[in-house]
Design a protein around this ligand. Sequence first.
Ligand code: MG
Length: 161
Amino acid sequence: MDIRTGFGYDIHRLTKEEGSSFLLAGVRIEGGYKIVAHSDGDILLHALSNAILTSLGEDDIGCAFPDNLKETEGLDSKKILAFALDEMEKKGYKLSNISVSILLEEPKLKPYRKKIKESLASLTGLTIDRIGLAANTGEGIGVIGTKQAIAVYANVLIDKD
Ligand code: MG
């Protein structure tokens, strides 16, 4: 069996704006915060897609989806993940499991945890028991703790017989 691991990371600026929300794995997170981004800002899908692409030895998502083009403005990040999964399948690999850590001070993600895992299952074809999700605050310090940013780390394992 050929087994590979991949690691992905992303960070985006957060702004507080009445009535705004942001996306995590396609799930809308309410609570008055907005992710500043060229695409739709779905940082979880960015980190996960980079984990998959780098596990294959391929370039990161910025190469296929540059953030300075009109065509990628407001881009649905599910398309980025679909691209990464397609590259993986073309090389004969399948996802074994994914493990994600979200670093965010506010809002609390507990009410969304199940929905995010379900969305990841639907987007990747994995069963829920192969999707790990952790959330950490920044303990009130640094760019995470002072609510200036959100960051995501993602790990994947892929394999082929
Ligand atoms: Mg990003």
